[in-house]
Design a protein around this ligand. Structure first.
Ligand code: Y12
Ligand code: CO
Length: 171
């Protein structure tokens, strides 16, 4: 089922998510909902809190070599931990909870992570490139943080002004 994506400045986005304790059918249904919701908006990553579910769950589905997103490539990530990180890289990020806004963000270039899959199996992986960036962006959602909080003071001020104007225009 396609769910509503909550957008900035909804306070729920500031909430810290909780670990999944039981890997049951409810979690599988939530993962399917997240996938349908993300695909419906052409996203490549989504955290559960973005559909108002405060659980440590995220999905990432990067385009393949043919620039296509295929469901077989979706990575379902539960209770993630970034256990090591190195280097730094700059990438122009976007977020389905801050639609139509993109800005450069600095992140670690390489990360080592641990997480559980949908059946509770522990996975250890190393990522770089876009996957490392997406993973860090989504993990921030689980801590109640958005990429706009990483902007410089002046960029954030400009963003807030533009966002207020945009929200007023929607009334
Ligand atoms: C690199 C940087 C950030 C991420 C996090 C995941 N971000 C997204 O998936 C962003 C998707 C996005 C999609 C949009 O398109 C539609 O909504 C149709 C979009 O455009 C508009 O809002 C108009 C903005 C962002 C992963 C990797
Ligand atoms: Co986001």
């Amino acid at each position: 089922m396609i769910r509503e994506i909550i957008t900035y400045p909804n306070k729920l986005l500031k909430q810290k998510s909780q670990d999944v304790e039981v890997f049951n059918e409810n979690i599988h249904v939530l993962l399917e909902d997240m996938y349908e919701t993300m695909m419906s908006k052409n996203g490549i990553g989504l955290a559960a809190i973005q559909i108002a579910e405060p659980l440590n769950i995220l999905i990432i589905n990067l385009p393949n070599q043919d620039d296509k997103q295929v469901k077989e490539d979706v990575i379902e990530i539960i209770n993630p931990k970034i256990v090591d990180k190195r280097g730094s890289t700059l990438y122009t990020e976007g977020c389905l909870s801050v639609p139509e806004y993109y800005e450069d963000v600095e992140r670690a270039e390489w990360i080592k992570v641990e997480y559980h899959d949908r059946n509770g199996n522990l996975v250890t992986c190393e990522y770089d490139g876009l996957m490392a960036i997406a993973f860090q962006h989504e993990c921030d959602h689980l801590k109640g943080e958005l990429f706009i909080e990483k902007l410089s003071y002046l960029k954030r001020k400009k963003f807030e002004k533009e966002w207020k104007k945009k929200l007023k225009g929607k009334k």
